[in-house]
Design a binder for this molecule. Structure first.
Ligand code: RB5
Length: 160
């Protein structure tokens, strides 16, 4: 990303400290970022926060999203329910880079109870700076889009 596309970020209570660090880091880099909570350590339900970022990415009101919960697993499950969202749970620089180059991941998911803060910030920066390779990977993403389209069509109630 060139710094112009907006990022939405959210976490549950288990990811709030890391989220706040990431927000500060991104603001310091001049990256527009919309913080959708949570804002303290009070226990919350991760789907309530995951859906806000995933919906914004799915509807195109932001370019990309970042989600954090304890493991990153719950947020990944939520985010990947949304059409057009390709959420990637990354725990190192390799998966962060390849999630962009091969999967064109538009949501980065992190585990606040898994990652050490400095590594998490490096992952975020690598993920934001890496582009999509296209080519054979674009063909594979088109197949995922086709799956989504078929699933949507199957949900249309009969007789309508
Ligand atoms: C909250 O305790 C924890 O379950 C949540 O942050 C996340 O790890 C779920 O996948």
């Amino acid at each position: 990303m060139d710094g112009t596309g907006k990022i939405a970020i959210a976490s549950d209570h288990a990811g709030v400290d890391l989220k706040d660090r990431i927000v500060k880091c991104l603001q310091g880099l001049g990256q527009p970022v919309e913080d959708l909570g949570t804002n303290n350590q009070d226990s919350v339900d991760y789907p309530d926060y995951g859906l806000q970022v995933a919906q914004a990415v799915s509807e195109g009101t932001v370019e990309r999203g970042i989600l954090i919960c304890g493991t990153g697993i719950g947020m990944s499950i939520v985010a990947n329910k949304f059409p057009g969202v390709r959420a990637a749970l990354c725990q190192d620089l390799f998966t962060a880079e390849v999630s962009r180059r091969h999967n064109d991941a538009n949501v980065l998911v992190l585990g606040g109870r898994v990652l050490e803060g400095k590594m998490a910030l490096e992952i975020v920066q690598r993920w934001l700076a890496t582009g999509f390779d296209g080519g054979r990977h674009a063909r594979r993403l088109a197949k995922i889009e086709a799956i989504e389209k078929n699933m949507r069509q199957k949900n249309i109630p009969r007789g309508k």
